[in-house]
Ligand binder design. Structure first.
Ligand code: NAP
Length: 350
């Protein structure tokens, strides 16, 4: 029997320009899915040809292997933003392929405090729940009411409640084996009107003091502008340098382990998660314990303004990135005993 073909399917498509790290080889097959039917066609094609599928969003959190991906790369590009408002809240239904920061700008214009602290995070709306993006004390899970997914096993559309998404710190069902079949297609957000400004983080407080601002009179738009300024000073510019933002997750340690480390490494910051666990900024450890802030290994470095960020200055390969990342992990483990997890995903063979 003749195998089916797929209209719009591309072959041997370079992936490096589709990721913010700007490394990696080609996709054997590449397909843009603009609706559920197209997703169905893509997954049937992969099933029939017995090839693996990788779902690529904005490419801001992945490192693609130098050999590329031997199967089908699908980019879901489902668009559309519908906003409904009432006296209590604002509800937005958004296609997974919409740009995250453009969506943040649109909501910020509604003059309610909500996701303005999540400004200037690259990627698509559909990628936001995967690692439950968070910044400056706000996590996206707070506003997610429902997530619509395409189940690549059953080919059914399912709607998951926020609870079913199993959100955690930079974590969700979509990163676990039980959620690996889900392709996020649409999101429903709910933004309560009466929410206060969230300006506790040091960088925001310092910005407010330095610029003689009154936190009482700041609007969501003002906060968004502040966040954009802070981030542009601290994080590399995606237009000029390869990066995937924070490369590692900040570890959450048992309190005793944190206290033992803080005894050795004076000044180690720690933020209690609950009575037993403390979140530790890994960037501080890379800088002050490992002494690797700004450290370069060929074309890749730990960023000189925020050591948690790995940057690719050009001309490098995925294996250079993996090598430096593995060295950092071993160094951190040797000096502190901490097992670190990658925040980014590695795609293809490493
Ligand atoms: P930062 O503000 O220097 O903070 C470093 C670490 O300390 C983070 O783990 C942060 O927790 C924690 N922290 C700082 N102040 C805290 C407070 N008042 N209460 C509780 N925890 C506190 O971080 P940065 O590197 O400049 O990044 C700025 C923000 O953007 C951070 O919130 C960071 O997590 C976020 N970010 C998120 C992503 C992502 O979602 N992929 C990527 C890059 C940066 P949290 O991580 O819980 O905030």
């Amino acid at each position: 029997m003749r195998k089916q073909t797929l209209a719009g399917l591309q072959e041997h498509v370079p992936l490096s320009s589709m990721t913010t790290m700007r490394v990696g080889g080609p996709a054997r097959y590449f397909y843009i899915a603009r609706n559920h039917k197209a997703l169905e066609r893509a997954f049937s094609f992969a099933r029939e040809h017995r090839i693996p599928v990788f779902v690529l969003g904005g490419g801001s959190n992945v490192v693609v292997s130098d050999e590329g991906f031997p199967g089908l790369v699908v980019r879901p590009d489902i668009k559309g933003v519908q906003v409904q408002e009432n006296g209590v809240m604002l509800r937005a239904t958004v296609g997974a392929g919409e740009d995250w920061d453009a969506f943040v700008a649109r909501i910020t214009d509604k003059k309610i405090f909500s996701i303005e602290n999540l400004s200037a995070i690259p990627g698509t709306v559909g990628a936001a729940p995967i690692q439950n993006i968070g910044a400056y004390g706000v996590e996206v899970q707070e506003f997610i009411s429902r997530v619509e997914v395409f189940d690549a096993h059953t080919f059914q559309i399912r709607t998951l409640s926020s609870k079913e998404c199993l959100f955690g710190y930079r974590d969700s069902i979509f990163k676990k084996p039980e959620g690996k079949n889900y392709v996020i297609t649409r999101m429903v957000f709910e933004f309560p009107r009466r929410r206060a400004i969230c300006a506790e983080y040091k960088d925001i407080r310092e910005f407010i003091v330095r610029n003689n601002l009154n936190p009482e009179t700041l609007s969501p738009k003002n906060v968004r502008d502040i966040i954009i300024k802070i981030r542009s000073r601290k994080f590399p510019d995606l237009r000029t340098i390869g990066t995937a933002g924070s490369f590692f997750k900040n570890p959450i340690l048992p309190k005793e382990k944190f206290l033992a480390l803080a005894h050795i490494y004076r000044g180690l910051p720690g933020y209690p998660i609950n009575k037993e666990m403390v979140k530790v900024p890994l960037g501080w450890i890379i800088e002050h314990v490992c002494g690797k802030k700004g450290f370069s290994s060929g074309p890749v470095s730990m960023h000189d303004k925020q050591a948690l960020v790995l940057v690719h200055r050009g001309g490098g390969r995925a294996r250079d990135i993996k090598k430096l990342a593995d060295e950092m992990r071993s160094d951190i483990k040797r000096q502190t005993g901490i097992d670190t997890e990658f925040e980014v995903s590695f795609v293809g063979k490493f």
